[in-house]
Design a protein around this ligand. Sequence first.
Ligand code: F6P
Length: 372
Amino acid sequence: TKRIAILASGGPAPGINSVINAAALEALNQGWEVFGVLDGYRGLRDDELKQLKVEDVSWIHFEGGAVLGMSRTNPKQPEVLEKVVATLERHKIDMLLTIGGDDTAYGASVIAEAMAGKLKTVHVPKTIDNDLPLPEGVPTFGYTTARHVGVGLVKNLMRDAQTCSRWYIVTSMGRQAGHLALGIGKAAGATLTLIPEEFDGPVTLENLTRIIEGAVIKGLSRGRKWGVAVVAEGLIENLDHKDLENFPEIRRDSFGHILLADLQLGRLLCEKVEERLKQRQIGMRFNEVTLGYELRCADPVPFDIEYTRDLGFAAIRFLVEGGTNGMVLIENGKRKSIPFYEMRDQKTGKTRVRNVDVSQEGYLVARRYMQR
Ligand code: F6P
C-alpha cells in the first residue's frame, strides 16, 4: 500500500484544515495510507506522525487553525534534513503533501532531492499575504478570509475613531507585499492605506508621517476629526537605512526578511504624527493597532473552504497522475501545476514575490475613494 504524509508549515492561514480534509479523503479513496505530521517539519524531524482515518478529518473543513499543528522548522539545515529523511524512510512514506508558503515548498524540494526520486512531493500554496508567484487573479488561499475578518475589525475601528474623535494607525501583516493591507483598506473604505509598492525606492519615516499628517489636516478642513490609516508591514522592509536604527529589535525570518517590526512602526508613526500636529497647535490622539494574528486562524469563509477542498483534491490527483515537485493551483476552475524551480528567480535563487500592481485601475480607484 502506498503511504502519504501531510504537513502544514509556516504561519497559519484560514483553510488549512479543509486542504487536509479533501486531500486525506481522496488519498483514502485511492486506497493509500494517510499520515498527518505534527507541527510541520518539526514532526518529521522528531518522528511524530499520526495515521489519519476518515473520522479524523471529517468536519474539520469548517474550522480555522490546523489540526496537525504548525511550526517554522525547516529541513534546509543539514542536521534537520538528515532526521527528516530518516523518519520518512522509517515509515516507508512514498509521497509528501506540504501546505505552506515558499519556504515550505523549498523545504519539500530539498527533501525530494536528498531522497533522490524515492519521494514524490506536491505543494499547496498558502498564505494570508497573497504574495506567492501565482498567475494573475489567482489568490493564495486564506487571503480572502483574512481580508473578510480584517474588514470587520477595521470597520469597528472606524466607528470607534468617529465616536471618540481620534485616529487609529492599523499596521497590517503581509510581509513585503501590500495585498492584505490594500484589500482590507479598500474594502473597509479606510481613510488612508499605505503599501510598499506605492513607493519607488526607500521610504523614510518622515515621508510616512507627512502623508498621514496631510490626511489629518485635509480631514479637519472638512470637519472630520477622525480617521483610520492602514499601513502595510512591508513598508518597514523599504525603510531608509538611517530609520532602521529606530527599530532595535528587528526579527528576521530564515530568508533575512524583517518580521513583525510592525509593532514598532505603528507606535513610532503615532508618536511622530501626534508630535508634528502639536507643532501646528492641533491636539489629536493616535492609537496603534496591529492586524495579523487575529486573522490567521479565523474559520474560513465559504470561498476559501471550496477553494481549499478543490486544492486538496487537486494535489492528490497530481500525484495519482505521476506528478512530483510541483505546486498545484486552480485557475478558472482548472487544475494547473507550477514546478518548484519556477517559483524561484533563477538568477538570485530567491522566491519571486507577487506584489500589488499599483498601475492597475483597482488601485487608482481605491486611492481616490480613500482620499475623499
Ligand atoms: O506569512 C504569514 C505571516 O502572518 C506574515 O504576514 C507575517 O509577517 C508572519 O507570518 C508572522 O510570522 P510569525 O508567526 O513567525 O510571527
